[in-house]
Ligand binder design. Sequence first.
Ligand code: ADP
Ligand code: MG
Length: 343
Amino acid sequence: MIKIKMMLIVLLSISITACFPSNNSAKKEILLQGHTMGTTYNVKVVATPEHVESLKLHDKIDAVLKQVNQEMSTYIPDSEISIFNQSNSGDVFEISNGFARVLKESIRLGELSNGKLDITVGPLVNLWGFGPEQRPEQVPSDSILANTLARIGLKNLHLVGNKLSKDIPNLYIDLSTTAKGYGVDMVAELIEANGIVNYLVEIGGEMRLKGFKHTGELWAIAIEKPILDPSGEQRAVHQVIIPKDNAVATSGDYRNYFEANGQRFSHIIDPATGKPIHHNLVSVTVIHPSSMTADGLSTTLMVMGTEQGMAFAVENNLAALFISKTEHGFSEQFTVKFKEYLK
Ligand code: ADP
Ligand code: MG
């Protein structure tokens, strides 16, 4: 059994033809980078280096992300989420606004998708060896699977304002699908609160952008072709999109999976079966004003598969791109709303 982590689709910021005149040549694209949520972040702001320095923007970004982690990281033993998960009581917890905001949106998406997105799925994620418990990767027995399935379900979780409680003591919340996007939103809001109007924020592949590059060009994003090349040497642009003032999120099972007896097991779980998804959908990209929502929706559509996901995306007027693996390579499908953003 091998665990392979690959990033086959990389979102790159690239230049496109100028469509807005640059009016301040002293402004540059300042790149601020760091580590968070077990991955990296890249922030580009259009400003002068002196201005960014005087705002202490890099320190502020780190502080905001630290707070998000302290609220919602299951990898931090004394984070808010970990304390709630470890609690064996049905007591009501008064939680932070940030944690409540992410929970509220995650629960909304869970209900909208009829349970395909389920933030209580954590025990199953751990059971299949993808969570913080990092258990050895193996196929669980049917009885362990049934016992674990009995521990999940949004119906067991109650959020009223900032008050959170659970019906079963070992309910476990995992916000992997929305917290990263929320981190992007928090950084974007911070940048705007500091008076910067042109920026691109990226955390582990989730992005949100606004305005223009320092050259006056619109930000454009290249979605890379899903070529099976772990070395990353072969790269080709699959699609260029111009998301305007929106967030872009991609969910895919090519990044994180394990193989046993020649079968591939994804880190995305179908809560209906308790098992990793098993279909030919390679990735889903969603464009939406909120990075948190785009992040959650991309996973939701990934769980659904192309057919059900397309129907759901059309019904809910979503901008979504589905890339599937076929006998003859890759095929793509997108909604009418996504088409608006194609270059
Ligand atoms: P990435 O972490 O690469 O951005 P996703 O945003 O698609 O990928 O999130 C996948 C993670 O979400 C999994 O690693 C797991 O922790 C969690 N997860 C898996 N299946 C579900 C599900 N059905 N509902 C909610 N969360 C899930
Ligand atoms: Mg994601």
